[in-house]
Design a binder for this molecule. Structure first.
Ligand code: TEU
Ligand code: CA
Length: 557
């Protein structure tokens, strides 16, 4: 065997424990996935009903957003009991049945781990707020204050101060999200001990991993820290966080699971430290490629920014570390609307770019059938606390209500939270009752059942890409290289191993463009493996139009 062959073999052995590198994930927002008992809210038995659908798509694991007991101020991200299932979703028994049935189908389940904060209704906080000397007082951050004089001027992610004053004890408590989500005090070893026990409890139940929520916020700067340019700096990836992350890692490493940390504020330069060989997590969700377009005054996502940012992350993790790939989630609008024009061509083009990058792709529910943004016309139709707060603050600044609505909904989380569109029937087949959030009227044409009538549906394209990826070593491990870095709409890259090279060429716009590919490529040995339009041989000069995508393989290396 040649040296490279030995290396490849060793790598393959090593990667047996890294099942998540070959895997494709699917994110389920349970409130909006499938309602089995017709109360208008999606639930665990609804997910069970749809496991065959997920198998048909070809994914390997599902990540479920929080299903724990919660007053739902932030739709489950305010947890009042970590070891109980919210009654809207079912029971612990339902969860165990879901886990068992998923495992029988060879589908893994990743749970959301929300440990930066709890609900203000969690028993720890109910105790903590009672008195200065309550044994749970130090489970949270309390500082002397008055109603008028809060400890500092830091602002929370959901708007307003990070401090809420409590008259009972003359102190204020700290929260980076809503006031009903008090931040846990990670400095307190008792807090960490309780959290770690809870983590083990879930892992011992047999789940396959965690998506760790808002983890880059658990460490804070001293309260007297002065904000200069970045208003989030006091609680964004603050030095000292590594001590806690190391402790978490030690627990995770005892199990054969996958972990993905939501690591807002961690720059690509630090990504290898977070996800590399000695990293804290197997991978992280970075937020750099997701511009909050409404807030920066734009209607549409910028393709050059997307390319530039994804390229940085691909390059930074080329040799150490691993990417978590996504274009949308429960906190963002729909990618087909942000980067595309709501068409099936745009959906397929984006899918091609996403699924063949290096890393573990996450498909967000509905993305695979082309679900679009919701045409909100009134603030009453919205549920997300941060959007409503943003809208109100725009009104306070004197913005006309029509404009305020347009700006606020641009980046609203509610676009991706509308109920899943299963078929062309009442409420899109999600429920027989009025759902908790309105179904998009376009369910009549955009729905999962289209896959059974249309051969070239978006769903089928996802299926094909997933299959292709999973059977192709180069598409999993091959080196990434961006071509045409400065082209405003073409996303073009190669994935290369010692034995083959792949070239992905996608036009992310509804117009025709002529491109000249580098003359360093040998144009003689390329075979077209997949296209969303007419077949075209790969040549140095290519004319591409309307979101067309081509995938080529070269075995003549
Ligand atoms: O989101 C976290 C989140 O939005 C912040 O970490 C992010 O850094 C900030 O908004 C950047 O501008 C997670 C969940 O995905 C979200 O649904 C929850 O509301 C939030 O945590 C609180 O648990
Ligand atoms: Ca239900």
């Amino acid at each position: 065997m040649s040296n490279t062959a030995v290396e490849v073999k060793q790598k393959t052995n090593l990667e047996k424990n890294s099942w998540w590198k070959n895997a494709v994930g699917y994110q389920i927002y349970p409130r909006s996935f499938k309602d089995s008992n017709h109360d208008g809210i999606g639930d665990l038995n609804g997910i069970r009903q749809k496991l065959p659908y997920l198998k048909e798509l070809g994914v390997d694991f599902i990540w479920i957003n929080p299903i724990y007991a919660s007053p739902n101020v932030d739709n489950g991200y305010d947890i009042s009991d970590y070891q109980a299932i919210h009654e809207d979703f079912g029971t612990m028994e339902d969860f165990q049945t879901l886990l068992k049935e998923a495992h029988e189908l060879d589908l893994k389940i990743i749970m959301d781990l929300v440990i930066n904060h709890t609900s203000d209704q969690h028993p720890w906080f109910l105790e903590s707020k009672k008195s200065l000397d309550n044994p749970y007082r130090d489970y949270y951050h309390w500082v002397d204050a008055t109603k008028e004089q809060l400890p500092n001027n830091w602002q929370s992610f959901f708007g307003g101060s990070t401090w809420t004053y409590c008259e009972t004890t003359g102190q204020a408590y700290f929260h980076v999200f809503a006031k009903e989500q008090p931040d846990l005090n990670w400095k307190n070893p008792r807090v960490r001990h309780e959290i770690y026990q809870m983590i083990r409890w879930w892992l011992d139940l047999g789940i396959d991993g965690f998506r760790i929520d808002a983890i880059s916020h658990i460490q804070k700067e001293p309260w007297h820290f002065k904000i200069t340019d970045n208003q989030w700096a006091p609680f964004m990836n603050v030095a000292g966080i590594e001590l806690y992350l190391e402790e978490l890692k030690a627990i995770f490493n005892e199990y054969n699971i996958m972990t993905v940390g939501e690591a807002s504020g961690v720059p690509h330069q630090e990504a290898a430290e977070w996800t590399g060989e000695n990293g804290y997590f197997n991978m992280i969700f970075e937020l750099e490629h997701c511009e909050r377009i409404g807030e920066i005054g734009r209607q549409k996502g910028s393709i050059p920014h997307l390319k530039h940012s994804l390229n940085q992350w691909q390059t930074s993790l080329a040799h150490n570390g691993w990417n978590a790939l996504y274009l949308e989630n429960h906190d963002t609008p729909r990618s087909i609307s942000v980067y595309g024009d709501d068409s099936s061509e745009a959906a397929k083009a984006l899918a091609t770019v996403l699924l063949l990058l290096k890393g573990t792709p996450f498909i967000y529910q509905g993305q695979e059938v082309g679900m679009t943004n919701y045409p909100f016309t009134s603030i009453e139709e919205l549920n997300a606390a941060d959007t409503i707060h943003f809208y109100q603050s725009l009104l306070t600044q004197g913005t006309m209500s029509k404009d305020a609505l347009a700006i606020a909904v641009n980046w609203s989380r509610d676009h991706s939270r509308t109920p899943f569109q299963w078929e062309n029937s009442l409420h899109g087949g999600f429920s027989t009752t009025e759902p908790w959030l309105k179904v998009n009227d376009n369910y009549q044409t955009i729905n999962a059942a289209q896959k059974d009538v249309e051969n070239n549906s978006i769903f089928h394209h996802y299926q094909t890409l997933i299959r292709l990826r999973k059977q192709t070593n180069a598409l999993i491990y091959g080196e990434f290289h961006l071509l045409l870095p400065d082209h405003p709409t073409i996303f073009c890259y190669t994935r290369t191993t010692d034995s083959e090279s792949w070239l992905i060429l996608v036009q992310l716009d509804r117009k025709q463009t002529t491109v000249t590919l580098p003359n360093t490529l040998d144009y003689s040995n390329w075979e077209e493996i997949l296209t969303t339009s007419d077949t075209k041989p790969l040549e140095q000069q290519m004319i591409l139009s309307d979101y067309e995508a081509h995938v080529y393989r070269n075995t003549g290396i």
